[in-house]
Design a protein around this ligand. Structure first.
Ligand code: PLP
Length: 374
């Protein structure tokens, strides 16, 4: 008999909703026109594109014309940083950003941009006094993630943006993990740029978006045609974009219900895991995404992960982008956790499809594996 698999790795990616898949298939079949074409096929595709833009904008309370579709969250991050910063300028970011930001910063440094990497406290939060001291007059852009992928910790983006703005600094936030999971409002956050990715909110992979505040001067990342207000050349991935739109509309509609449900599941999981000897919580106890629990263990995270997988339970030792390297997570190290302890961690990230029974089985299997392996 097939093992009943339990998926607890929603920060890596999520299952596309049935309505997303349906809309994408319909688009592939009937909406194949090029949105830039003048004829009826093109106009039909253009309407699908416009509708998706409205749906994505609505999720973050932006105007549709402030949304540029990209091929990923990574591309949106690259564009936000590389197309605002010019050689000779300086930018600031946190030490626990996703590699899409950190490696872009390293690329920019090599090209002459000065980058300040802001430390976080032991719970993974950027403190305002740290930010205040670091925001020197030469800094032109601050990039601060809304929620961390490994810990789920939420950064004080609105306060940081307020401070940055008072010093004439532009603000970008990587909201890839936060979008669809907690309410986001670009006006109350008061950010200039915000990155999104469809596959973290039950949309398809290979589609992202960059919110670009009206009238903000931004350069394209790649050269080509005049799509996306000349800011992102290339014929649009319309089926992906349509799926993204549906996923955003669904996330906005079910936000309260999902947050409540997922928080209850997480509390159940967290209480169960923390009752196991030697297991402790990493990150902030409350300033956190409703779906993420990162725990310290008495054994290597990788060992428990592999054993859980044999039992049909999918979790992660950290972000998928770093899980191929055997290095301890740089995010946990940034919290001051020693290397060995940073290898002894596991991330559980939940979704609306998980059930109480799955959580109970996960706790019970984790408990017996730890008893056997320690
Ligand atoms: C915080 C954060 N930013 C950016 C990305 C990259 O998004 P994408 O997978 O769409 O390139 C991820 C993906 O894990 C992420 O967690």
């Amino acid at each position: 008999m097939d093992l009943e698999r339990i998926y607890l790795d929603h920060n890596a990616t999520t299952r596309p909703l049935p309505e997303v898949v349906e809309a994408m298939v319909a688009c592939l079949r009937d909406g194949f026109g090029n949105p830039s074409s003048v004829h009826a096929f093109g106009q039909r595709a253009r309407r699908l594109l416009d509708r998706a833009r409205e749906q994505v904008a609505a999720l973050i309370k932006a105007s549709p014309e402030e949304i540029i579709f990209t091929a990923s969250g990574t591309e949106a991050d690259n564009q936000a940083l590389r197309c605002v910063a010019t050689p000779g300028t300086a930018i600031a970011t946190s030490v626990i950003e996703h590699p899409a930001i950190l490696n872009t910063c390293r690329f920019l440094e090599a090209a002459g941009t000065q980058v300040t990497y802001l430390p976080v406290d032991a719970q993974g939060i950027l403190r305002m006094d740290t930010l205040e001291a670091a925001l020197k007059p030469d800094i032109s852009l601050l990039s601060l993630m809304a929620a961390n992928n490994d810990l789920g910790t939420l950064q004080p983006v609105a306060e940081a943006a307020d401070l940055a703005r008072s010093r004439g600094i532009l603000v970008h936030t990587d909201a890839v993990q936060a979008a669809g999971r907690i309410p986001l409002d670009v006006r109350s956050l008061d950010v200039d740029l915000l990155s999104l990715s469809a596959h973290k909110l039950h949309g398809p992979k290979g589609v992202g978006a960059l919110f670009v505040k009206r009238a903000l001067p931004l350069r394209p990342l790649i050269q080509g045609g005049s799509q996306e207000r000349r800011l992102r050349a290339g014929t649009e991935n319309l089926p992906g974009i349509v799926g993204f739109g549906i996923a955003c509309e669904w996330a906005a509609k079910h936000m309260d219900r999902n947050m409540e449900r997922i928080t209850a599941l997480r509390t159940r999981l967290e209480e169960g895991l923390l009752a196991i000897p030697g297991v402790r919580l990493h990150g902030h106890p409350t300033l956190r995404l409703p779906n993420t629990v990162n725990v310290g263990l008495p054994i290597l995270g990788e060992d428990l992960l592999l054993n859980l997988d044999l039992e049909g339970i999918a979790v992660s030792v950290g972000s998928a982008c770093s899980s191929e390297s055997r290095e301890p997570s740089f995010v946990l190290k940034a919290l001051g956790i020693p290397d060995q302890e940073a290898r002894q961690t596991l991330r559980f990230s939940l979704g609306f499809e998980n059930t109480d029974a799955e959580i109970d089985r996960t706790i019970q299997v984790t408990r017996s594996l730890l008893a056997r392996l320690t």
